[in-house]
Design a protein around this ligand. Structure first.
Ligand SMILES: Cc1cc2nc3c(=O)[nH]c(=O)nc-3n(C[C@H](O)[C@H](O)[C@H](O)COP(=O)(O)OP(=O)(O)OC[C@H]3O[C@@H](n4cnc5c(N)ncnc54)[C@H](O)[C@@H]3O)c2cc1C
Length: 264
């Protein structure tokens, strides 16, 4: 990666103003993906003085600053208390601890990486993104947003609710990218199903969700049918890590297991 200038922003306003000065100026999270892509930039804009590294909560939601590291996220008692610790699970198997001490939640979301465990893990919950300049958008809308967002992710807002979550990262070896990742929730009595790394970015299986939420006391065969619907409505592709068929089969099994798990 070649960079002409390292710029430590003193405030969000300052960071945003610098970002607008050149299309080759870029915001810096943990810098791990930026470094891997090895592109060249005019300025790297460091957000570490903008007070975005805190996790807080209100009665209704948990608010995760965009500069919170994956490690702080997975260890936060507030995050752990949500949905049977499923959110912390979604980041716990990304590389090693040293890596997660650097990688940020903001950088993980803004990149919309097709393999992202952070995105797939958050998707089956009521999650919205707070940007500077002032704008709020659901995580799902951000994933469907066409084009590049030239603003700063300030925080991720996770709505509280009662219920359980399930997360599965299927991978070949401990440090690998996921072959497919599956997140299932039952919050306030509503089931939601997300599947990512297909190898496309996480998406909700809406037909399957509609079906399982219409069954009053779902049994094993209903969970099986919902899992079948989920893999049929989502697209799976081949890449060097896996065939589409293998992803399809894995996702079907883990969606069913996830539904059974959160229903208990
Ligand atoms: C070797 C390797 C293996 C990995 N394996 C996995 C894996 O198995 N599963 C997984 O889910 N992820 C994996 N990742 C991705 C990783 O978890 C992070 O998601 C990724 O590194 C981005 O986080 P970062 O903090 O390093 O962001 P950066 O690299 O600093 O930034 C990434 C992008 O986000 C933008 N950005 C950063 N912060 C903000 C902000 N506040 N507002 C707006 N834009 C912002 C940057 O400008 C840049 O475009 C891997 C990454 C690497 C390098």
């Amino acid at each position: 990666m070649k960079v002409n200038e390292y710029y430590r922003a003193s405030s969000l306003e300052d960071a945003y103003s610098k970002l607008q000065q050149s299309p080759k100026n870029v915001l810096l999270g943990g810098g791990l993906w930026l470094k891997k892509t090895a592109q060249s930039y005019d300025a790297l804009i460091d957000l570490s003085c903008c007070e975005l590294d805190k996790i807080s909560e209100t009665k209704e939601e948990v608010i995760v600053g965009s500069m919170v590291t994956q490690r702080d996220f997975e260890n936060s008692p507030v995050v752990k208390s949500l949905f049977s610790d499923a959110l912390a699970y979604s980041v716990r198997e990304i590389m090693g601890v040293n890596f997660r001490n650097l990688a940020t939640i903001g950088g993980s979301i803004m990149g919309r990486y097709p393999f992202s465990d952070v995105i797939a893990g958050l998707l089956p919950y009521d999650v919205s993104l707070e940007f500077y300049p002032k704008e709020t958008m659901s995580l799902e809308d951000y994933l469907n947003f066409k084009g590049k967002k030239n603003s700063i992710l300030v925080a991720v807002h996770i709505k509280k609710g009662s219920g359980k979550g399930y997360y599965k990262k299927a991978k070949t070896t401990a440090l690998d990218f996921p072959i497919v990742n599956i997140a299932v929730s039952k919050v306030n009595n509503e089931y939601r199903i997300a599947v990512g790394a297909r190898p496309m970015v996480g998406a909700l299986a809406k037909e399957a969700m509609k079906y399982i939420n219409s069954v009053s006391s779902p049994k094993k065969e209903d969970f099986e049918k919902a899992a079948e619907l989920a893999v049929k409505e989502l697209q799976f592709l081949d890449n060097k890590d896996s065939s589409a068929e293998y992803r399809y089969d894995l996702a079907k099994v883990y969606v069913r297991r996830g539904l059974e798990e959160v229903s208990k």
